[in-house]
Every structure is written in C-alpha cells, then in structure tokens.
Design a protein around this ligand. Structure first.
Ligand code: ADP
Ligand code: MG
Length: 694
C-alpha cells in the first residue's frame, strides 16, 4: 500500500505557496492528510427560481437572467453594475474592484446566463453581489446546486481551500482497514476512504452532523488513535518499569482505621480495596480516584500511603497549593504520629538547614511520608525508596507532572485524585491510560446545601442576614470575584469588601488572597479554623481542597463570572460537617444567558457529575476542568460541545478497542499492525510507534 502521498508536505499541492503557505499550515496543518481531515462545516444550497420575486433577501438562488447593459464606475472601489432582467423584474449584478474587460466578456449584452449567488435587496432593488458562479445555458449540466463550506482564515477563501482539498482527495489511497469488520458492520460504518470522500461531498446538512455514519466513523478513528497512543505508552511504561508489589501485613492500616473518629463509607471501602489489590500486584499502579467534593478522598489516600509504608516503602502526597499541602500535613501528621510513623511537610518555604535535614532524612528512609507542593518533584529531592506517589487535585497539574513523579526511578505506584467531577468522556480523554476508582457516595449525615441566587442590589440585605447568622455561631466564607483574570484587580475587589465588612463586623473579618506571604495566609487560615475570625474574605485561593468543617455559609460575589466547575468546588467548601450549609450566589448587572443558566444549574443540583455534564454542554470540553492546564487533548473531528452523548459513546468504544488491541497485539506486529500504525500516523501520533519496538 502506498501511503506516501498522504504524508507529503501540504505545499506539494498547488495553491499552497507564497504568502498563503503559512496561512494554510496554520489553518489545516502541514501534511496532505491534514487537508483530508479539514472537514466542511456548512453547505450552501442554491434554489432554482424563475422570478426574482420568489426569493427573499439573503437566499442563495439559481436564476436565468438576460444581460441588458453594463454600468461601469470610474472608481474601481465603487460598484460596477450589470443590469439584467428575469423577464419581468430588474436585477443588478454588482462587482467591486471590477475588471471591465473581464466582465464584458463574461456578461455580453443580450446574452442569457444562469447566475448562482445570494440575493440582496436595496430599496426594493434586487441585487446579486459577486455571483458565486455563472453558466451559459448549454452548460447547464455543470450547474452547481450547492457549495461546501470549510473553516477559513483571513486571506484564504473557500475556493482556495476547496482546490487544495480536491487535490488531496485525488491522492487518497486504498488501504486495509484498522477497524474490525465486526465493529464496522455493527455500526454500519463505511471504510475510511469512503468516509473521507463522502464527508467532503455532503448532500444535505444532515451529512455535516456527527450523526452521519461517515463523520462518525472518522470521529471514532480520531478517538481510537488517541486512545491507542495512550495505551501503548502505558504498556511501555509497565514493561520498562515492572513495578513493585506492596502487600504489607495490614497492621498500620488496621490501626489507622481504629484511630479514625468515623467508619469508612461503603464507597471508600470499595475504593480502598481496589487500590490495595492494585498495589499488591507486581506491576506499577496508575489509578485515578474520582470523588465529588467532600466524599473523603484524603483518608483513602492516607490508607494507601500506610499500605506502602507497612510494605517497607516511602509515600508522598503532592498538593497544588501551599494551603492545601499544609492542611494535609496537619491532618496526616496528627493521625500517623500516633502510629509511630514519621510524616513531614516540604514546600518551597522549608529552606536552609530545615530543608537539608528533610532531604537527608528522606534519603536515609527516616521519613515515611512526605507531604508537599511541587517542591517535592524537584530533582534535589531524593527518596530512599518511594513506593507510592499520591497527586491530590490532579486536574490542577499537567499530565507531565504526573509522569514526572512516577518516573523518579522507583517504579512508583501512582494514585491521582480529583475532586472535580469529570464526565466519563473527558476522563477517558485525559486519563484513558489510567484505571479509575470512583467514590460514589458521601459520608452519611451530610445535609444538602441550600443554594440561593440573589442580585447584587440586595447586598445590604445579605449583610444584615450575616449579623443574624454570626449570632448563631456561623462561620462564613466570602469569595470575591475574578476580575478579567487580573490578580491585581482581583485583589482590590477583595480588599474593598474586606474594608467594608470590617467596618461592620470589626476583627471578626479576615482576608486571604494569593499575593500574601504563605506565613500570613497560615495565620489567617488558623484564625478562621480556630475561632477568632468568623468571616473569611477570600479570592479563589480557597477554591480547592480546603477543609473547614465548621464553615456553613458560602457567599460568592459575582458568581456569574465563575465557571460551573469552580462554583461547585467553592460550594464544596461548606456542608462538610453535619450542619446545614447555605450558599449564596450573588450576581451582578451583566448577567449573560450562559451566566444565568449556570446559576440555575447550581441552584438545582449539587450532584457534581450532573454539573460537569451541564458544564460540558455550556462551555465545550476544553474548559470543563476549570483550567486549561488540564491538558484536555483537542479533537478536530469529534465535537464534544455539540454532541456530548455521541462523543462519549464513541470515546468509550475507542477506549475498549484500544485496550483490546494492546492486549492481543501489544507490538502491533499482527495482521492489523500496519493499518494501526497508519492510523496513528494519520492523526499525528507517530511518537506512540516507538513504544511498539521491543
Ligand atoms: P475531599 O474528597 O473533598 O478531599 P476530604 O477528604 O477533605 O474530602 O473529607 C471531607 C471531610 O469528611 C473531612 O473532614 C473528613 O475528615 C470527613 N470524612 C471523610 N471520610 C468520612 C467518613 N467516612 N465519615 C465521616 N466523615 C468523613
Ligand atoms: Mg481533598
């Protein structure tokens, strides 16, 4: 099979040259096959009409017209008009920057022409500006009735793109299919070649939908290549790092369980079991724990770390913020101290002698558990034998950092945790190589949080309400909005509110924000946790992970500026004890439709998964995880925002197929190997091929 033409450089096609070359590369990609994957987004259909009066302004039509006269203009930038008639009514064809001799030849006076274009009306005068095509009556057979529209960029017209794609289509080879016959038949999918050809020649707008079997097949391929790439990398990792079996004798784990002031929920127990089994196996674990805010992930992680320690290894937990790392340290040090286990905090703040000592103790194995921020993945940090790395709030880190931690050279088991509920779709897309455990239940006795949506105009009433709540002993989070992603402005909004509320409530009000020194933050957080501060004004530094069970009220100013995932995270800071929580979402004047919808969703449900699904629909997949760093891969063909359910289905299927391939033919040496390699290459995942060489 000759696939070389597909991977030739795009500029081997005519039209991709000079100034346009760069534009084409940016718009389409730099290979011929990228042009094939540049799919149309629209279809303009032209309706044949007899009389111009049959059509509305804006309609695309085909009409026969007699040419009456030319009305040139002395200035090229002014319209050049060609007066025509349909037999009864006048129609003007209009050109700007016209070239007179060309138009005279194209529209000889007295001739009858078939004109294809879009109707405009100025003061009841019908015009067609720059007709899309002109035919003689004899050439009726060539008549176009529709035009396929591609995504464009300034400087490149649809016709240019069409020309390039038409050439690419001519180079489309025939090759064996990478999708199993059974799967293809089951879904009634065409071959890849057929799918490409049909997708570029839509007959109706239905053919542009992902529900069209042609496009669906291509979307599947896109997912399949992505999942296959992830799986091959994972397999390679497993082979290269055989992993360690951490079975332990269960003693430490058992002792912690008796120390805990509560029993694990069934969901926690089940996830702990899954983790322990995975750790005990002699391969390296790569597992994602997903559990809604407040579902109790920390203790699950702690049990896993103890399992590692009792198996003779060290464990580490990585948190995205300083506040969170310290909070974990407080909980963990206290709990495991009683078991004679040494747990230590390491952040960028531990400096000088203290730091050197920690590093030494890590290296000698004196420290069992290390808690920290990304300071712990620096190269100077050297463990004696790291058995388990936990990454809290994984969505805050890139895939890079996850890999960095696991490749510190100890065949470490990795446990990633995320509180942001990820729809299964995105989970597969981002973590298709990981095994997933879900904590599907929250500890008993939690009362649902009441959510109210209130206009900023009623801020005074809210403040009055606070007086009553404080009298009842409430602890209150007050979150100030993001202002155009500028930290400085963020801060000033928070400071202003702080001054305002301090004027009313005095020293019971505290302020915490991202630009404070870590030590200063600690002091404020401590005061909030241990009484003297009852209202904590905060920027989003408190967003993730913070656990203050006594806090029951959450006020979010300009809630409409936050994304759904973020609002859910913030709201998750309350209702963590056994008292009723109340969340007040305060919206400002500029409430958009989407903003309004978001607040409604927040009021209606506290189910993180539902919120995530809704978010996916409102915002598109890229943003759902609340941050771009999440590294959500971009898919060209599969449009999550538009077709969430179908994409989910296709992605799951692709995940299953990829897993099967990796089991049956991990080196892609079997009969389908060549085709699968081609698939990877088509979607630019060539690098995955290096994992197939032994
Ligand atoms: P998250 O999953 O959001 O990280 P945490 O691990 O911070 O949640 O737990 C939230 C709170 O619930 C903590 O105060 C924790 O001690 C408590 N908790 C965890 N598991 C249980 C349980 N099984 N029963 C009661 N409370 C629990
Ligand atoms: Mg947490």
């Amino acid at each position: 099979m000759n696939t070389i033409p597909l991977f030739a450089s795009l500029d081997t096609l005519s039209g991709v040259d000079g100034r346009r070359k760069k534009l084409f590369y940016r718009l389409i990609g730099d290979r011929v096959v990228d042009a094939l994957l540049h799919l149309p987004t629209n279809l303009v259909q032209y309706r044949p009409i007899q009389s111009i009066n049959e059509a509305q302004a804006g309609e695309n039509v085909i009409i026969e017209l007699d040419i009456i006269s030319h009305v040139p203009n002395a200035y090229r930038t002014k319209p050049y008009k060609i007066i025509c008639t349909d037999g009864k009514n006048m129609v003007e064809l209009v050109y700007f920057n016209a070239i007179k001799p060309y138009l005279l030849k194209l529209y000889p006076v007295g001739a009858r022409k078939i004109i294809i274009g879009k109707i405009d009306r100025y003061l009841s005068q019908a015009t067609i500006a720059h007709p899309d095509a002109v035919f003689d009556k004899e050439h009726k057979s060539h008549l176009i009735t529709h035009e396929v529209i591609y995504p464009l960029t300034t400087g490149i017209t649809n016709k240019c793109v069409q020309r390039v794609i038409d050439q690419a289509l001519l180079r489309l080879p025939n090759f064996p299919d990478w999708v199993d016959v059974d799967t293809r038949q089951h879904h009634d999918w065409p071959s890849w070649r057929e799918a490409i050809l049909a997708t570029h020649a839509p007959k109706s707008t239905n053919d542009l939908s992902l529900h069209s079997k042609f496009r669906q097949r291509l979307a599947f391929d896109e997912f399949f290549s992505h999942q296959l790439g992830l799986q091959l990398a994972r397999q390679h990792q497993l082979r290269a790092q055989p992993g360690i079996a951490q079975a332990g004798n269960g003693q430490l784990v058992q002792r912690l369980l008796t120390e805990l002031p509560f029993d694990l929920t069934e969901a926690q127990k089940q996830v702990v079991d899954e983790i322990f089994q995975d750790m005990a196996a002699p391969h390296s674990m790569s597992r994602l724990i997903q559990g809604d805010v407040g579902s109790g992930k920390t203790v699950v992680a702690l049990l896993a770390m103890l399992k590692s320690v009792e198996s003779g290894y060290q464990a580490a937990i990585l948190a995205p913020t300083d506040i969170l790392a310290r909070q974990h340290a407080t909980t963990i040090v206290e709990l495991v101290g009683k078991l004679g286990i040494k747990a230590v905090l390491l952040t960028a703040r531990e400096k000088g002698k203290a730091r050197t000592k920690i590093l030494e103790q890590l290296n000698s194995g004196e420290i069992d558990i290390l808690i920290g921020t990304h300071a712990i993945i620096q190269s100077t940090v050297d463990f004696k034998n790291l058995g388990l790395a936990v990454i809290d709030e994984q969505h805050r880190f890139g895939v890079e950092q996850r890999l960095q931690l696991s490749t510190k050279g100890y065949n470490t088991d990795v446990l990633a945790m995320t509180a942001t509920p990820i729809p299964r779709t995105l989970q597969l897309a981002n973590y298709g190589d990981m095994d997933v455990s879900i904590i599907a239940q929250k500890p008993a006795g939690r009362l649902p949080i009441q959510t109210k949506v209130i206009s900023h105009n009623r801020l005074d009433e809210i403040v009055d309400g606070l007086k009553r709540m404080l009298a009842e002993g409430a602890k209150i989070f007050w979150v100030c909005p993001l202002v155009k992603e500028s930290e400085a402005l963020d801060l000033s909004a928070a400071e202003e509110r702080f001054t305002h509320l301090q004027g009313i409530f005095g020293t019971r009000v505290g302020l915490v924000h991202g630009q404070m020194k870590p030590q200063e933050k600690d002091v404020v957080m401590d005061c909030f946790i241990n009484q003297s501060i009852d209202i904590l004004i905060a920027t989003t530094v408190i967003e993730v992970g913070v656990n203050v069970p006594a806090a029951t009220i959450m006020i979010i100013e300009h809630a409409e500026r936050f994304g759904l995932a973020q609002l859910h995270q913030l709201r998750g800071r309350i209702g963590r004890g056994n008292q009723q929580g109340t969340c007040i979402l305060v919206y400002g004047k500029q409430l958009t439709q989407v903003g309004k919808k978001r607040l409604e969703i927040m009021r209606e449900t506290s189910d993180g998964f539902k919120i995530a699904e809704a978010d996916l629909q409102l915002r598109g997949s890229g943003d759902v995880l609340g941050t771009r760093q999440s590294g959500m891969p971009g898919f060209k063909i599969a449009d999550f925002a538009e077709y969430p359910e179908l994409c989910s289905k296709l992605l799951s299927l692709a995940n299953k197929e990829a897993r099967r391939v990796c089991q049956e033919d991990p080196y892609l040496k079997g009969p389908k190997g060549e085709a699968l390699a081609l698939l990877l290459r088509i979607f630019g995942r060539d690098e995955a091929m290096k994992y197939t060489r032994s």
